[in-house]
Design a protein around this ligand. Structure first.
Ligand code: IMP
Ligand code: MG
Length: 218
C-alpha cells in the first residue's frame, strides 16, 4: 500500500458528487454516474502544484513536456499558473514546451504505442531540465516507457507531474514527483481524460455509468 500525504488521497469510501449539482454537457448527461472531482477543485489543486514546482525549481530554463492527448488540459492550466508566478514573483524561469503523443484503445495501457511529434525531442538535447506532464498513472508502464526515451537525451533532471495516480494492485508503486490526487481503482473521464476519445470535452473528472462503456466502445 502506498504511503501518501493524506490530504491528496481520495479514499475508496469517500463519496463523489451528484451530477445534477453541476453543469454537464447535455450530450453526456445520460452517460455519467457521478462527478468525482469538480473542475474548480482541480484548478485549485493545480494552482498549489504550480507554487510547489516553482519553489523547488532552480533558475535553469526548463522544458515542459505535455503527454497528449490526456495531459493537455492539465498542461495548459498548470503552465498558466507558472506563467502567472513568473510574471508576478521575485524569481522567474524561462519555459519551453514540447509534446509527445501516446495512443491507447479503450483505456488499455498504451505504453508500447508511444510516438513523438515533430522533431522527436531532437531540439531538446541541449536542454536538461524536463518537467513531464501526464494525465493519470495506473500501472506506471506508460510513464516508464516515456522516461526511458527522455533519458536517452541525457537530461540532468526529469520531474514527473501527474493529475491523478490510481491506487491499483497492478501498480509497481511508481510515484510521480508531483501529484494532483490519488484516486481509487476505477475508470474516470473528463478534464481531457477519455473513454475511446469521448469525454475529453467535459470539465469535471467523472465516473461513467456501466452502460456508457458499452455505448462508446468501438
Ligand atoms: P499506465 O501505463 O497503466 O500507467 O496507464 C496510463 C495511461 O492509461 C494514461 O496516460 C491514460 O491514457 C490511460 N488511462 C489509465 N486509466 C485511465 C482512466 O481511468 N481514464 C482514462 N484514461 C486512463
Ligand atoms: Mg486514453
Amino acid at each position: 500500500m502506498l504511503t501518501w500525504n493524506p490530504n491528496l488521497l481520495i479514499r475508496d469510501e469517500e463519496s463523489s458528487y451528484n451530477k445534477n449539482l453541476f453543469c454537464i454537457p447535455k450530450h453526456y448527461e445520460e452517460d455519467l454516474e457521478r462527478v468525482f472531482i469538480p473542475h474548480g477543485l482541480i484548478l485549485d489543486r493545480t494552482e498549489r502544484l504550480a507554487r510547489d514546482i516553482m519553489q523547488d525549481m532552480g533558475s535553469h530554463p526548463i522544458v515542459a513536456l505535455c503527454v497528449l492527448k490526456g495531459g493537455y488540459k492539465f498542461f495548459a492550466d498548470l503552465l498558466d499558473q507558472i506563467k502567472a508566478l513568473n510574471q508576478n514573483g521575485d524569481k522567474s524561469v524561462p519555459v519551453t514546451v514540447d509534446f509527445v503523443r501516446i495512443k491507447s484503445y479503450c483505456n488499455e495501457s498504451p505504453a508500447e504505442k508511444i510516438s513523438f511529434i515533430g522533431e522527436e525531442l531532437s531540439t531538446l538535447s541541449g536542454k536538461y531540465f524536463f518537467y513531464h506532464f501526464q494525465d493519470i498513472i495506473e500501472t506506471g508502464r506508460t510513464m516508464k516507457a516515456l522516461l526511458s526515451k527522455i533519458k536517452d537525451k541525457k537530461p540532468r533532471m526529469v520531474k514527473v507531474v501527474s493529475v491523478l495516480v490510481k491506487r491499483t494492485c497492478q501498480s509497481p508503486g511508481y510515484r510521480p514527483d508531483y501529484t494532483g490526487f490519488e484516486i481509487p481503482d476505477q475508470s474516470v473521464v473528463g478534464y481531457a481524460l477519455d473513454y475511446n476519445e469521448y469525454f475529453r470535452d467535459l470539465n469535471h473528472i467523472c465516473i461513467l455509468k456501466d452502460n456508457a462503456e458499452e455505448k462508446y466502445r468501438m
